[in-house]
Design a protein around this ligand. Structure first.
Ligand code: HEM
Length: 136
C-alpha cells in the first residue's frame, strides 16, 4: 500500500478512451484498458464509467470474489484523499487467504484416505488375532 501512486479524480478523468481506460473502485485507481475485451459483460459498461469513480456501479452488480480479486491485478494507484477502511485493506489479502483455504482443503482430503485404509486393515488385524487365538 505504502508504495502506491496517488492520483486525483481529475487525473483519472484524463484516461477515458477505449485505448486508455481508467476508473476508480473503492479508492483504487485501475487501468482496465487490457481488461476491456475480457470483461464478461462486455466493454461498453466499462467505457461508460471510464475516468470516473465506478464503485457504486461495481458494487450494485454484486461482483463475485474472483471479480474483486481481479481489481488488484489492474490497480495502478490509489485515489487521493480516500480513507481506506480495515475491510478495504483486508481485501488485499483475499487472494492469499483463498490459497491458504484451498491448501487446507487439500490437507483435509488426506483424512478420508487414511480412514479408508484403517477400515480395510483393522478387520484384517482382528481376524488374524482371532484366528491365531482360536487355532494356535
Ligand atoms: C476492473 C473492474 C471489473 C472487473 C474485474 C469485473 C469483472 C467481472 C466479472 C469476473 C464478471 C462475471 C461475474 C462475476 O464473477 O461477478 C462481471 C460481470 C459483470 N460486470 Fe464487471 N467487472 C468490473 C467492473 C465493472 C463495472 C465498473 C461495471 C458497471 C459499470 C460492471 C458490470 C458488470 C455486469 C453488468 C456484469 C454481468 C453481471 C451478470 O451477468 O449478472 N463491471 N464483471
Amino acid at each position: 500500500m505504502a508504495s502506491q501512486k496517488v492520483f486525483t479524480l481529475s487525473q483519472v478523468a484524463q484516461h477515458r478512451s477505449k485505448k486508455d481506460c481508467w476508473f476508480v473502485i473503492n479508492g483504487r485507481v485501475l487501468d482496465v484498458t487490457k481488461f476491456l475485451n475480457e470483461h464478461p459483460a462486455g466493454e461498453e459498461v466499462l467505457i461508460e464509467v471510464a475516468g470516473k469513480d465506478a464503485t457504486k456501479q461495481f458494487d450494485n452488480i454484486g461482483h463475485s470474489k474472483e471479480a474483486q480479486n481481479l481489481l488488484l491485478k489492474y490497480q495502478v494507484g490509489v485515489l487521493q484523499g480516500h480513507a481506506f477502511t480495515e475491510s478495504d485493506k483486508n481485501a488485499f489479502f483475499v487472494e492469499s487467504t483463498r490459497k491458504e483455504m484451498s491448501a487446507s482443503v487439500i490437507k483435509d482430503d488426506k483424512m478420508p484416505k487414511y480412514a479408508a485404509f484403517l477400515e480395510f486393515v483393522l478387520p484384517l488385524v482382528f481376524t488374524g488375532l482371532y484366528l491365531s487365538y482360536r487355532y494356535l
